[in-house]
Design a protein around this ligand. Sequence first.
Ligand code: BG6
Ligand code: MG
Length: 218
Amino acid sequence: MKERIAVLFDLDGVIVDTAKHHYLAWKQLAEELGFNFTVEDNERLKGVSRMDSLNILLDIGQVKVSEAEKVELATRKNRRYVESISHMDESEILPGVSVFLAELKTNNIPFALGSASKNAPLILEKIGLYHAFDAIIDGNSIVNAKPDPEVFLLGADALNVAKENCVVFEDAQSGIEAGKRAGMKVVAVGDQRILTGADDYIESMEDTSLSRIKDLFF
Ligand code: BG6
Ligand code: MG
């Protein structure tokens, strides 16, 4: 193809496995509020913003709190999450990511981060990838959380590439929907039995390559 293509990456679950840290911090909060929070429940929080995640959690526990208490609960969860990721380093970059990013760089394909997380810059610093991305769009830069397409549309703008020439890598259903609503190609990363609506499915980032994503445009 003649047009320039670009790649947009979700962070949590695509570049680095932070899901377990989120899960344990939410679980502890649920226990303090007097209910259990399971791994299955946690699936519903993937890709979802911090406040939306809290609302889902409170809904699961059928707990009603004021807006001020919600802010306190979200802050408490985030304090623990940040503490738990504070020891993260590049060994936690998911398999296949570094090789693929190097292939994109060698071929002058621009790539950006499109994450719901407000902790994205901190995590990228910890794993040594902060300067690898041509643009970083994260939870601090957006108004509307996934499945709204805003995060990926801002990514395409920042890279100056047409949205229909962008490929999104996502591990969450809300993110796949955001990518499709942005008018982009979407590669789902993870369990095919629970993810739907993508243009391609891979189990791990080890299964992708530049030629495989180029094939999406034909
Ligand atoms: C997403 C995660 O990337 O970021 C969600 O998949 C998380 O689980 C969301 O809730 C917001 O993250 P943070 O770091 O801003 O609380
Ligand atoms: Mg994710």
